[in-house]
Design a protein around this ligand. Structure first.
Ligand SMILES: Nc1ncnc2c1ncn2[C@@H]1O[C@H](COP(=O)(O)OP(=O)(O)OP(=O)(O)O)[C@@H](O)[C@H]1O
Length: 248
């Protein structure tokens, strides 16, 4: 679904991303990990065509990203940035905005039904009529994630989606993201700082450091040495109930 070849991005003389190569398929979750300032957000923005590529190529569904109109990309890609400013409206109306790329003028019954379903799945129904500006940081984050998921796009980009959430809500969001990725056969990229969650939910890992692709591949192929050197701390990987766990 997404194919990236020798992607470079420079701002003035600063080389922010260097020769990134990757190839994802539908139904795959790719966790983008790496230290602060590694280039994770910049990479997502390039994939969304919000920044101009310096050199290299990004193809979506076999077509160069530059050949898509912005409206087409809005329909194809759902993108939740690291920080989003909420405007005064009800939780339901905020989530309904996720259906905008599918609407002609006004929301249809099916748009409301999809909102109800996602609110139910994320246990947000009790907040339906509340103003988003009165929500806690974690509640608002869940509403914004619901808005991204209700869009039902082919590609989903979540930039640090679970930062404000408690453990239960983190798992709930990652569970539903995985369920939707598999059931709806979409391609998902999620920027994560929690390596345990990356190993639990991702199929593939992209590890960036100083703009370089230190590792890209199946999560089971990454090793302690690569992780330790990327983060500059001693990292141990252990197998626990069939899953990789990180100790540091
Ligand atoms: N427009 C810009 N001009 C100059 N430098 C920039 C610009 N945009 C990003 N950078 C730099 O590029 C690097 C990568 O930034 P980016 O936000 O992509 O990192 P990140 O991996 O998402 O970091 P974090 O984990 O802290 O969110 C940083 O050093 C940042 O300062």
């Amino acid at each position: 679904m997404i194919n990236v070849k020798n992607l470079n991005y420079k701002v003035k003389h600063k080389h922010i991303l260097k020769n990134i190569v990757l190839d994802t398929k539908n139904t795959q979750i790719t966790a983008i990990i790496g230290p602060n300032g590694a280039g994770k957000t910049t990479f997502i923005k390039l994939l969304r065509n919000f920044l101009p590529i310096t050199s290299g190529q990004i193809d979506l569904a076999g077509k160069s990203i530059q050949s898509y109109k912005n409206k087409e990309l809005s329909k194809l890609i759902s993108y939740l940035p690291q920080t989003t400013k909420a405007v005064s409206c009800s939780v339901e109306d905020c989530i309904l905005l996720g259906r905008k790329p599918h609407m002609k003028f006004f929301p249809k019954k099916s748009d409301y039904e999809k909102c109800e379903k996602i609110m139910d799945e994320l246990h947000l129904s009790r907040l339906k009529n509340k103003n988003v500006l009165s929500l806690s940081g974690g509640e608002l984050q869940k509403v914004l994630i619901a808005r991204s998921l209700v869009q039902e796009s082919d590609i989903l980009f979540l930039d640090e989606p679970i930062n404000h959430l408690d453990i239960k809500n983190q798992l709930e969001i990652m569970d539903i993201t995985k369920k939707m990725t598999k059931q709806k056969k979409i391609t998902t990229f999620v920027v994560l700082h929690d390596l345990n969650l990356a190993f639990k939910y991702a199929d593939k890992i992209l590890l960036l450091k100083d703009g370089e692709n230190i590792f890209y591949g199946d999560k089971n192929e990454i090793n302690e040495k690569i992780l330790s050197s990327a983060y500059g701390v001693d990292i141990e990987l252990i197998d626990y109930k069939g899953e990789k766990k990180v100790i540091y």
